[in-house]
Design a protein around this ligand. Structure first.
Ligand code: FAD
Length: 805
């Protein structure tokens, strides 16, 4: 074994081998994989081997398709059979809501390059003679789905990686991983020590233990999972060709052919986390004791829909553990807080996703950024709140809901109310329907009372609709208040702070006491943030941004920090606060501060340290509602006092509390996008329109300048547009395809109902050449195409007079 490597990958399951393969293929050949036992010694050897493309995140779905297509390549390169079977996959719906879900998945496939298509139930029964078509309402068919040999795939990756020069060492457990002063890692194994420039944790079932070697806790949990293999089933034997891989959501079962019988798996609600305290070091090529009782009620439903299964004998029953992240998606990328430490963990469908994970991680390591936005898999979408306990509870929730619909307006109940603010109880008492963002509870909207504070999960407009309308009206006509504890707040200070930030921010930094919106760009010119920067002093800046992306941005800041002279802090949990907005918000503010807050004395985009409600605050004149408004940030211990003062002094001004739903509605009528939806690394500044905030003429050559300049010269290929949709009881959510003259030309990134203006609105990206003031597109919502016409100017207060007033 060599003593130095550019990368050491820990773990020889399908994920570690895929990472190794992609690194070597892309040119980093000085890479070593260390496996404690033999390859596939974790979850990988006992997988059912089913491969499918469907994932509600379109980028992950694309990567699943990439993974499946890769199998021919690695088979050819390695000479190792991967045992591919591609009978295609069918997805069955037996409720109208599930049919709506399938329509959405079909719609996304239109721009993802997938050939997913609806087939008749008769056709479905021809592809899988076991199903009783009378039990279903619809079937979606995906031709690339099938199954593979898990061991063959893992070995094919490893052999292909070796082909490019990578090394694989089995029976080499990693015992210690110690950070080195040069940013690299000392990797201590039973067979010696390797110094690595980069370390990848691909420990699968032991990812938590491998993480602890570096002092981190990953919110992962292995779950027990069963599948059964039947004896020969006459209908399968007589079929003449392989039956299609089938997912029956309401039947809670997936099936594929195995010899002349069937392999059937289920995700039982009575699920069982395995090895909660830690995966035993000596767990080897072992299986767990099957527990058929846990599955019995699920199997009964499946047998009703596939009656031949009920008559079949059971040949084998497998119970094996595999690792889930809190939301069921992988956790990949550079781990915030550590140098050159990469995660490739929590991959619960390694044979569907392993290729995509390997590709993105290798691109990230070699090229500095993945080629697509991998937010849905980014390890930074979790932070301190995601404790091991949180990981266990959420993983179990995700497992048990695998075949249960989650609606776009639905907030999942597990591990809730752990992170709350000082006014949580007050808001709940007012009827707040709560959501959780980055672990923190925040109000979505307000019902009449706590007793009625419930939202019906739906794809269509929900019971929240009239309440959100009323909240928007109150803000537009009077004054509203919203808690803003869940915004991210970053602090950058020190003698080098200005120079540091100036290199990261594409806009010019504001003067003291002022705010400025700035894009952050990657070296390739893609968006990495839309932040509001405030200069609080000569050497002190506050930065406000997406709460969800706070660890992602922390990682970006820390990655670029100079050796000395600049201090960075994520202060999101130290600064909570309340925003007030609406034409009466100035009157309200004037009542609770001694400052002169007249239009002349406290202008739009001013910020200052002061006292409001008698407590120390940061007061900014800005509001995401598009109204005259203020953001008041204070330490959590002062927030109750601020709340009480706003309540008391706002009462006769018609104060109404509003939630995130109303805020998102109001920003739509201003044509404003939001981070993680309309603004993300899939798009550039020019595409998103955020180039309006770039100052190419500033002296500092900021990150991404060259790429953004080149794009400005050639013009963006696509552009973010706002569209008015002819909708009735359903609005876009995200990811709906956009058509022009019958051809799919783009997709929606966000949308909803703009209550003040009374329009259904969609934001989405379309080719630049189609963007004219009069352009008309069509958007497909739940299977129906609806006209969507351009709205080039904001629907509400297009000149921004109200917010500047
Ligand atoms: C019953 C069952 C059915 C499944 N069916 C499917 C399916 O149909 N389709 C699908 O896509 N997925 C399926 N899966 C999931 C799939 O098996 C996993 O997603 C996949 O195996 C995860 O791979 P991995 O490489 O992340 O982890 P693992 O396979 O667990 O690999 C981790 C490796 O790291 C090694 N390691 C750990 N610690 C150390 C250390 N300190 N030093 C060196 N090496 C170390 C281990 O020995 C192990 O080999 C199934 C899983 C189960 C249990």
């Amino acid at each position: 074994m060599k003593s130095h490597a550019r990368v050491v990958v820990v773990g020889g399951g399908v994920v570690g081998c895929s990472v190794l393969y992609h690194l070597a293929k892309m040119g980093w050949t000085d890479v070593v994989l260390l496996e404690r036992s033999e390859l596939t010694s974790g979850s990988s050897w006992h997988a059912a081997g089913v491969i499918h493309t469907i994932n509600s995140d379109p980028n992950i779905a694309r990567l699943q398709k990439y993974t499946i297509q890769l199998y021919d390549e690695i088979e050819e390169l390695s000479g190792q059979s991967v045992g591919t079977h591609r009978p295609g996959g069918i997805y069955l719906a037996s409720t109208p809501e599930r049919l709506d879900y399938l329509k959405q998945e079909r719609a996304k496939a239109r721009y993802m390059g997938l050939d997913t298509e609806f087939i008749t139930l008769k056709e479905a029964a021809e592809l899988n003679p076991l199903i009783d078509p009378s039990k279903y309402l619809g079937a979606l068919f995906e031709p690339v789905d099938g199954h593979i040999d898990p061991s063959g795939v893992t070995h094919a990756y490893a052999k292909s990686a070796r082909h490019y020069g990578a090394e694989v060492h089995c029976n080499t457990p990693v015992l210690e991983t110690n950070p080195r002063p040069d940013g690299g890692w000392e990797v201590v194994t039973s067979n010696g020590t390797i110094l690595a420039e980069h370390l990848v944790n691909a420990g699968g079932l032991w990812a938590r233990e491998v993480g602890r070697l570096a002092g981190i806790e990953l919110p992962l949990q292995p779950m027990e999972h069963h599948y059964l293999i039947t004896e020969t089933i006459p209908e399968v034997a007589a079929h003449g060709k392989e039956i299609a891989v089938t997912v029956d959501y309401e039947g809670n079962a997936y099936t594929r052919q195995e010899h002349q019988g069937v392999l059937i798996g289920t995700y039982e609600p009575a699920c069982k986390p395995w090895a909660v305290e830690g995966t035993p070091a000596d767990f080897g090529h072992e299986l767990l004791q099957p527990d058929i009782d846990r599955l019995a009620d699920r199997l009964e439903i499946a047998f009703e829909r596939m009656p031949a299964l009920a008559r079949a004998g059971i040949k084998d029953m497998i119970n094996g553990p595999f690792t889930f992240g809190p939301d069921g998606n992988p956790l990949i990328g550079p781990v915030p807080g550590l140098k050159n430490y990469w995660a490739a963990v929590g991959v619960m469908a390694g044979f569907c996703q392993g290729g995509g994970v390997g590709l993105c991680l290798a691109e990230w390591m070699i090229e500095g950024e993945p080629s697509v936005d991998v937010w849905g898999m980014d390890v930074a979408r979790f932070g301190e709140f995601a404790t091991p306990d949180y990981g266990t509870i959420k993983a179990a929730e995700n497992y048990s809901r695998r075949f249960i619909l989650t609606y776009p307006n639905e907030e999942l109940p597990a591990a809730r109310s752990r992170k709350t603010t000082a006014i949580y109880d007050r808001l709940v008492a007012k009827g707040a329907v709560m959501g959780a963002a980055f672990g923190l509870e925040h109000a979505l909207w307000f019902a009449e009372s706590p007793e009625t504070a419930e939202e019906t999960p739906t794809f269509r407009r929900s019971n929240a609709f009239p309440y959100v309308a009323e909240e928007c009206r109150a803000v537009r006509e009077g004054v509203g208040a919203i808690e803003i504890a869940n915004f991210a707040k970053h602090e950058i200070s020190g003698p080098g702070a200005e120079a540091f930030l100036d290199r990261l921010a594409a806009n010019r930094l504001p003067k003291q006491g002022r705010l400025a919106l700035t894009p952050l760009l990657t070296p390739k010119g893609r968006l990495y943030g839309d932040l509001t920067v405030a200069r609080l002093g000569d050497e002190s800046f506050a930065i406000f941004g997406s709460g969800a992306a706070q660890e992602m941005h922390r990682r970006w800041f820390e990655q670029h920090l100079p050796e000395s002279g600049v201090t960075y802090r994520n202060r999101s949990d130290e600064l909570h606060g309340i925003s007030i907005a609406g034409p009466h918000s100035r009157d309200l503010l004037a009542r609770i501060t001694r400052d002169d807050v007249s239009a002349e004395a406290f202008r739009f985009l001013d910020i200052r340290r002061t006292a409001v409600a008698g407590v120390p605050c940061l007061l900014a004149r800005v509001s995401f509602t598009g109204e005259l408004g203020y953001e008041i940030y204070c330490a959590p211990q002062y927030q109750l006092a601020l709340y009480q003062a706003i309540e008391r002094e706002g009462a006769d001004l018609g104060l109404k509390w509003f939630g995130a739903r109303a805020l998102m509605s109001m920003r739509l009528e201003k044509n404003w996008g939001v981070w993680t939806l309309d603004f993300r690394p899939d798009f550039t500044a020019a595409e998103s329109g955020l180039d309006a905030f770039i100052r190419f003429d500033k002296n500092t050559p900021f990150i991404g300048r060259e790429a953004a300049l080149a794009e400005r010269e050639r013009g963006p290929v696509k552009r973010l547009v706002t569209l008015l949709v002819e909708a009735d009881d359903v609005d876009v959510n995200r990811d709906e395809p956009l058509f022009h003259n019958g051809e799919c030309v783009g997709y929606v990134t966000s949308g909803g109902y703009a209550h003040t203006c009374g329009h259904s609105v969609a934001l989405g990206y379309v080719p630049s050449e189609l963007v004219t003031d009069e352009a008309v597109f069509e958007v497909e919502i739940l299977g129906e195409r609806r006209p969507a016409k351009m709205q080039p100017r904001p629907l509400y207060d297009p000149d921004g007079e109200r917010m500047r007033g």
